[in-house]
Design a protein around this ligand. Structure first.
Ligand SMILES: Cc1cc2nc3c(=O)[nH]c(=O)nc-3n(C[C@H](O)[C@H](O)[C@H](O)COP(=O)(O)OP(=O)(O)OC[C@H]3O[C@@H](n4cnc5c(N)ncnc54)[C@H](O)[C@@H]3O)c2cc1C
Length: 389
């Protein structure tokens, strides 16, 4: 991008929030030759937002909607590229087993995506699944589906890899510098932080759980939820990723639980996907561990992973940012064509980071992308806004 002598802009593009999506956008824009400034309120790669805690599921038979599948094909390609560029393993090929009623959202939705996109999804009865996945229990009335191509992303390493690659391509990334406000005149943006003011041509907003505050004039109705994640001890040799235990996701009469095999040889991580307490101020979310956090996880373990131990080894608290229809919102700002944003990743966004980085770079450059994201647009009918409550 040529810079005219009168240009006030020090940077081509500023990224507000260098978490999962923001780090990917910094990398993609820097790779394309932009002068990038990425700013985060916390240190780079931290555990206060939504992109930490060891592991994230990646899968293609997407029960949330088949329209995500083309983006997932691209995301897989880009994760593999990032692994190659950094020489760091990021995606472990664990496979994913889904258990639920044949009519439930999980099994029905995964089968629909698999059918529409020709994806490999193996079907089992509960009895067959018990033999295939030792140590896991499946309700007799459940259908079980196994996606062999699914895997586990090492979430903290993934964010670090995007940060490192962004810096290697010339991006300036600054942690511990919160953005207090921003404004645009359509040509340039001014961004005021705790330290100073910056001017750039474009602004990319990837603020995660803080998106309501950073996108006030859009009035997205985003709900922030506190999510508790626990690691529980297992005996040597049990539930090991290396011996073929997959990631697992159970839809159980109104509640959904998921978890990972053991990567450290000593513990497994499990969590509830449903539920969670609304959070008013994400900075001051309760990061403690309470009996109510443990009850559901312990009873899930007792029934479905009975060889795991119920005494908690460690825990983490993370944030979901939900839109009204639980689909992401990625778009150009309706008032300013030089401001683009990605928000509301609704507890299932991490696997998309590299493709979201690519989409944001396209939108920042041209206000459009060839990737199929119409269903994630601000103008879709099911998205609710604060004024439409
Ligand atoms: C427990 C849990 C389990 C999950 N499991 C999965 C899974 O298995 N698979 C999957 O695909 N997804 C999963 N997700 C969802 C996924 O992790 C999130 O959708 C994704 O990480 C969101 O990334 P983000 O960039 O939007 O948010 P973040 O990574 O939180 O980034 C937002 C960043 O913006 C910064 N920021 C905000 N405001 C400002 C400001 N004013 N100034 C400067 N910086 C600011 C924040 O500090 C933060 O670093 C899970 C999420 C959680 C919490």
């Amino acid at each position: 991008m040529p810079v005219s002598p009168n240009d006030r802009a020090e940077f081509d593009t500023i990224i507000l929030g260098v978490g999962g999506m923001g780090a990917a956008a910094c990398y993609e824009l820097a790779r394309r030759g932009h002068r990038v400034l990425g700013l985060d309120q916390f240190s780079l790669v931290h555990d206060r937002g939504s992109s930490h805690g060891e592991s994230r599921i990646i899968r293609k038979a997407y029960f949330e909607h088949p329209d995500y599948v083309p983006l997932l094909h691209r995301a897989y390609e880009r994760w593999y590229e990032l692994e190659q560029a950094t020489g760091r393993p990021l995606l472990r090929p664990t496979g994913l087993v889904l258990s639920g009623s044949a009519e439930g959202e999980t099994i029905c939705g995964a089968r629909l995506s698999a059918r529409q996109h020709g994806l490999q999804l193996q079907n089992f009865t509960a009895a067959q699944a018990r033999l295939r996945f030792p140590g896991l229990e499946f309700p007799t009335q459940h259908d079980v589906a196994f996606e062999p191509g699914a895997g586990t992303l090492l979430v903290d390493d993934c964010v670090q890899a995007h940060v490192d690659e962004a810096i290697r391509h010339g991006a300036t990334l600054r942690g511990n510098e919160p953005i207090i406000d921003w404004c645009s005149d359509g040509q340039t943006v001014s961004v005021r932080t705790s330290a100073r003011e910056y001017v750039a041509r474009k602004l990319v907003i990837t603020a995660g759980a803080w998106s309501n505050d950073c996108l006030t004039d859009i009035g997205l109705q985003l709900t922030i939820l506190r999510k508790f994640v626990g690691w529980f001890p297992v005996r040597a040799g049990e539930y090991q990723a290396t011996s073929g235990t997959p990631t697992y996701f159970f839809e159980l009469s109104g509640r959904t639980f998921y978890g990972f095999p053991s990567f450290d040889g000593a513990t497994i991580k499990v969590a509830e996907h449903s539920g969670g307490e609304p959070v008013l101020d994400p900075i001051h979310v309760d990061r403690g561990c309470h009996l109510a956090d443990l009850d559901g996880l312990r009873s899930f373990l007792k029934t479905y992973l009975p060889n795991a131990q119920p005494n908690l080894a460690r825990h983490s608290v993370c944030l979901y940012t939900l839109t009204s229809d639980k689909h992401f919102v990625i778009d150009v700002h309706p008032c300013w064509k030089n401001v683009v944003f990605a928000a509301g990743f609704s507890g299932h966004g991490f696997k998309f980071c590299p493709v979201v980085g690519e989409i944001l770079a396209d939108l920042a450059e041209n206000t459009k992308t060839s990737l199929p994201i119409e269903f994630l647009s601000l103008k879709r009918p099911d998205l609710k806004f604060q004024s439409s409550q």
